[in-house]
Design a protein around this ligand. Structure first.
Ligand SMILES: Nc1nc2c(ncn2[C@@H]2O[C@H](COP(=O)(O)OP(=O)(O)OP(=O)(O)O)[C@@H](O)[C@H]2O)c(=O)[nH]1
Ligand SMILES: [Mg+2]
Length: 386
């Protein structure tokens, strides 16, 4: 009989570090000689995460258009299509950062309906420290109380909570966050880790090797509040192609874009969940000798990524290309607390301004902007069998 594929889900709020952690885990399993497949997910199309992970050489299936719970069949089909010559040994999945109730709507149904195919690991949820301290402390972190409710429900349903980005925290900040997590979730296993440095990953990998009994208490969740929390968010995905006769630094482009987005979003009082811009270039010139990568990963040489995850933090160049370009294709994914029409206007104006500042021409395409619709899961299991 064919061995079952290990199925892991790494959840957590917008910008918590899921993709970074998944890339590190995928590298670990690949180094062990295992065949790894990844599945990304978003409310829209044109995902930075998919390109980020493919750029690192991984096989990535994508479930766009709604969260895993509403696209359960697509998740199953996408996972089944991974692996050219048979199923991978391990599949890592990243749900949308505004999604919760995943045990009931994805993992239990998957275990019941496809238990012959998959061996499920524990649901791991990354705690985003940038918003965690405020939300765990009783505030809403710049989001609506309903969006903060989602943040907390994600942690409440976790079988494994991971306080992520500990490399960014002082000892006192880490201790305070762990205290808040232990106080609120006294029964849970809580680890500390950093997807960027790899700190804590040995323990995380051991914890992820456990089997999921799927028998936890059902999550007490109010779908009206959940839906309001998602609807309080503004979502935007688009592509922009920049061209010029003269070369310009690709890293500068992504940084300028995210920096201007952050300035205008701050001025409009729109708290970011995650603002990310990925740019790839076709023809390139090395800026400085060796290729460098901020994440330390083996990466696609012609990609630059900049991110902004909270009003309290600076813009980050998470992947440097060290390339000059005359043509760049960018993907822009923005999730903020606020009105999507205002967001679209700000993004369009900022793109035009950055193009002017670098003397580039640009073409904007496939702009999608909206508030996520009410979650309508295909399945909802309160127990492991229904
Ligand atoms: N310092 C530090 N930064 C991190 C760590 N993990 C992720 N980041 C940064 O946090 C930002 C968001 O990381 P992602 O991995 O894209 O987060 P995500 O949860 O997948 O984001 P969404 O898919 O948009 O919800 C990026 O700028 C990363 O470089 C970490 O452990 N330490
Ligand atoms: Mg991600």
């Amino acid at each position: 009989m064919q061995q079952k594929t290990r199925f892991l889900m790494i959840g957590g709020f917008l910008g918590a570090g899921k993709t970074t952690a998944i890339a590190r885990l995928a590298r670990h399993y690949t180094d062990q000689g295992l065949r790894v497949g990844l599945v990304t997910n978003d409310q829209a199309y044109g995902l930075v995460d998919t390109e980020t992970l493919r750029g690192q050489g991984f096989e990535v299936g994508e479930v766009p258009g709604a969260c895993f719970c509403c696209k359960f069949d697509d998740l199953v089909d996408t996972a089944a299509a991974l692996g050219a010559d048979g199923q991978p040994d391990i599949i890592l999945t990243e749900p949308v950062g505004s999604c919760t109730d995943l045990m009931a709507t994805v993992l239990r149904p998957l275990g019941h309906l496809f238990g012959d195919r998959y061996r499920l690991g524990p649901l791991a949820v990354l705690c985003k420290p940038e918003h965690g301290r405020k939300i765990l402390g009783g505030g809403s972190g710049g989001f609506s109380p309903q969006a903060a409710y989602i943040f907390l429900k994600q942690l409440e349903e976790a079988q494994l909570i991971v306080l992520n980005k500990v490399d960014r925290l002082t000892d006192d900040e880490q201790a305070e966050l762990l205290r808040l997590l232990h106080e609120r979730f006294p029964e849970k296993k809580i680890l500390s880790a950093s997807g960027t440095t790899g700190a804590g990953f040995e323990d995380l990998i051991v914890a992820l090797a456990a089997d999921n009994p799927l028998t936890d208490q059902p999550l007490d969740i109010d779908y009206d509040t959940y839906a309001e929390g998602e609807a309080a968010l503004g979502w935007l995905n688009c592509g922009v192609r920049f061209t010029s006769k003269v070369e310009w630094p690709l890293d500068d482009l992504v940084q300028r874009l995210v920096a201007l987005f952050s300035q205008t979003l701050l001025a409009a009082n729109l708290e970011p969940g995650h603002v990310k811009v990925l740019a790839t270039c076709d023809s390139t010139t090395h800026l400085a000798g060796e290729l460098a990568s901020a994440g330390g990963a083996t990466t696609h040489p012609f990609t630059a990524i900049a991110n902004w995850v909270a009003s309290s933090t600076p813009v980050e160049l998470s992947l440097a290309s060290n390339q000059n370009a005359t043509t760049a294709n960018t993907l822009i994914n923005v999730r903020v607390h606020g009105d999507p029409d205002t967001l679209a206007q700000l993004v369009k104006t900022s793109v035009a301004e950055v193009a002017t500042s670098l003397d580039l021409t640009y073409e904007l395409s496939e702009l999608q902007h909206f508030r996520p619709g009410r979650p309508e899961p295909q399945h909802r299991y309160e127990t492991s069998t229904g």
